[in-house]
Write a protein that binds this ligand. Structure first.
Ligand code: NAD
Length: 351
């Protein structure tokens, strides 16, 4: 066994179908009686349903959360928290709603119940990325780790196929990078391999039939496992590149979906054991080409150009990626990253 260090993260996970109805019990268990329910504008209806279930234990709904947790939105939400005397927050939605719950918890230490409805995995991590004036600052703190994660498979049935695919591949990216992380450990690696093996077939089945609850259940469980990996170990080149591209305005989950096969190909020779495990989980002969084939079969976006990137940004993105690089199995060189970004821009497929 390779030497390792493992820091377990505290988490209570309630997983099932129809579990939203357990919300009042979970809130009482935390000793809370006044929750503010958070969502994006698009999911206000689901947030109002949660608020109704909570009855007198809900102080209201704040449905203004946005991608990348802008501090200006958090300031408005903080005003609601104080004015309404909330003693807890409950976020329902993807990483945007959960990010707002984390930002409030960071400022107040209020308890947070997260009800994830995408596969992004933020609910399982002590990580918060906030944006201010176009700049994203990421920090790690146990204060932002939600006290309870309540997974309700029924709430994921409405996730449109396009979002299902990109969000699912975003989750797969956490698992893949966990397998070659500088601080990899056997628990995260076991979860990672299991999650990749579940998500590939589950996403394929969901594209065929978005109401396939067994596949939705596997995908949501896989997303929890992937999010747990993201919380347990540090990420590498792929996440660094997606962070840089997100800063240039590219959308979060689709960028992950495009970039993963290229980052994996870049690291292939330097992380052979991780590559074997990814390929085995996918039932493919090679990790990078297996991931590319999966993305293509799911109808995922395949190039950065289709996401709206300009070719003139490739050199700038490469410069940003090599400045303060994350730990990575293969050496991160400007020329290497330029080549990788150029291939991903055109959607040429991993070398
Ligand atoms: P998102 O939360 O912005 O959701 C995308 C869209 O899907 C929104 O319009 C939302 O309302 C809608 N939606 C969500 N669930 C739905 C459902 N079940 N049915 C129909 N529509 C639904 O996107 P995301 O990809 O989940 O999260 C991205 C954000 O999360 C980014 O800001 C990213 O930085 C952050 N993130 C953070 C971490 C972390 O550990 N801190 C991890 C992953 C992602």
């Amino acid at each position: 066994m390779t030497p390792f260090t493992y820091d377990a993260l505290p988490a209570r996970v309630v997983f099932g179908s129809g579990t939203l109805r357990q919300l009042p019990v979970e809130l009482t268990r935390l000793g809370c009686r006044r929750a503010l329910v958070l969502s994006t504008p698009e999911q206000r209806g689901t947030a109002e349903m949660a608020s109704t279930l909570l009855g007198a234990a809900s102080v209201g709904v704040f449905a203004e959360s946005a991608m990348h947790t802008p501090v200006a939105v958090t300031a408005v939400a903080m005003d609601y928290v104080e004015r309404l005397g909330a003693d807890s927050v409950m976020s329902v939605g993807g990483g945007s709603a959960i990010g707002l719950g984390k930002a409030i918890a960071l400022r107040t230490d209020l308890a947070h119940i997260a009800v994830p409805t995408t596969y992004a995995g933020s609910e399982a991590t002590p990580i918060l990325g906030e944006t201010d004036g176009g700049k994203k600052v990421t920090q790690r703190s146990l204060r932002v780790l939600p006290e309870v994660i309540l997974y309700d498979v029924e709430l994921t049935l409405t996730l449109p196929p396009g979002l299902t695919v990109t969000s699912g591949l975003n989750a797969v990216a956490h698992a893949v990078e966990a397998l070659y992380a500088a601080d990899a450990n056997p628990v995260a690696s076991m979860l990672a391999e299991q999650a990749i093996g579940l998500l590939g077939p589950a996403l394929t089945a969901i594209i065929r039939d978005p109401s396939d609850t067994a596949a939705r259940s596997d995908a949501l469980y896989g997303a929890w496992a992937c999010g747990t990996c993201l919380g347990l170990v540090g990420m590498s080149l792929h996440h660094k590149l997606c962070h840089v591209l997100g800063g240039l305005g590219l959308p979060h989950a689709p960028t992950h979906a495009v970039m993963l096969p290229y980052a994996v190909a870049y690291n292939a020779a330097a992380a052979p054991d991780a590559m074997r495990r990814v390929a085995r989980a996918l039932g493919a002969s090679d990790a990078a080409t297996g991931l590319f084939a999966l993305a293509r079969s799911l109808g995922a976006p395949l190039s950065l150009a289709t996401l709206g990137m300009h070719s003139g940004d490739i050199a700038h993105a490469a410069d940003l990626a090599v400045a303060n690089p994350y730990p990575n199995p293969a050496p991160v060189t400007r020329e290497g990253i330029r080549g990788l970004l150029d291939a991903a821009f055109h959607g040429r497929g991993p070398a």
